[in-house]
Write a protein that binds this ligand. Structure first.
Ligand SMILES: Nc1ncnc2c1ncn2[C@@H]1O[C@H](COP(=O)(O)OP(=O)(O)OP(=O)(O)O)[C@@H](O)[C@H]1O
Ligand SMILES: [Mg+2]
Length: 237
């Protein structure tokens, strides 16, 4: 049986001031999928993620989450409905400890329970090890896991991940991908992943959308992800 659609956009338009970026974008994601969105620099991938969570206003079209239009809701309401957003460049609070950063994420659900902490440290054991360490003193890869963890404590149904591999060593990229796939298999959480790193895409994604100039220009199934020449054509040069 095919799973229900958890997220779709229909003719989505968004931009900055007078500058249109998303120009009628359509995607459809089913529950439990890990779907990548790829494309060259500046095509609007981050703008898509920001418009899905509500940090960039929608100027046209619709965003449907679990059957309801959400494009008019502010970001915190979408977060409360179960959408988690991990921004490009991670953005953890460098002077706060791991535990304090996580407490910020948990606040949208009214605090962190023992179950939340277990779910989190099961997915990313490094966070338990570094519980009282200041985030700014950790490696890029550890900070990325913290940024994901901060979203995970709120128990999202859908995670929006914007270029998690950026500036991270290849072996840690593989660790993060493995942890995310295990989490997806264990909990059924849906993931929409923006990436340009072929290794991360292959390790995580089940299929992928190709974006260019604010639109989806191709939808690739799993087999195509293994075609290195084809993939490189769609990625940053
Ligand atoms: N805050 C902003 N104000 C105005 N224009 C912006 C803003 N953020 C991004 N843009 C522009 O919108 C377009 C799309 O940017 P976006 O960050 O979505 O691209 P991207 O695909 O995520 O790129 P990258 O691969 O470099 O992360 C670019 O032309 C960019 O310069
Ligand atoms: Mg981006």
């Amino acid at each position: 049986m095919r799973k229900d659609v958890i997220l779709s956009t229909v003719g989505l338009r968004a931009g900055y001031g007078g500058k249109p970026v998303l120009q009628g974008l359509d995607i459809e994601v089913r529950e439990g999928e890990i779907v990548a969105v790829i494309g060259r620099n500046g095509v609007g991938k981050s703008t898509l993620m920001k418009s899905l969570i509500g940090l960039v206003p929608t100027t046209g079209g619709a965003i449907v989450y679990r059957g309801e239009p959400v494009e008019q809701l502010p970001a915190h309401k979408r977060a409360r409905l179960g959408i988690g957003y991990v921004p490009q460049g991670r953005d953890v609070f460098p002077r706060l400890t791991v535990a304090e950063n996580l407490a910020v994420g948990a606040a949208i659900r009214g605090g962190m329970t023992a179950t939340d902490r277990r779910r989190l440290t099961e997915a990313f054991p490094i966070l338990e090890e570094r519980w009282s360490q200041r985030a700014g003193t950790m490696s890029g890869g550890q900070q990325q896991q913290l940024a994901i963890g901060r979203v995970l404590v709120a128990d999202p149904a859908l995670i929006l991940l914007d270029e998690p591999s950026e500036g991270i060593q290849p072996n840690i990229v593989q660790d993060i991908a493995r942890n995310m796939v295990a989490l997806n298999q264990r909990t059924g959480v849906t993931v929409v992943l923006v990436e340009q790193n072929l290794d991360m895409i292959r390790a995580m994604a089940q299929r992928c959308y190709v974006m260019d100039k604010g639109r989806i220009v191709a939808a690739l199934e799993r087999e195509a992800l293994d075609d290195a020449a084809e993939m490189r054509r769609h990625l940053a040069v």
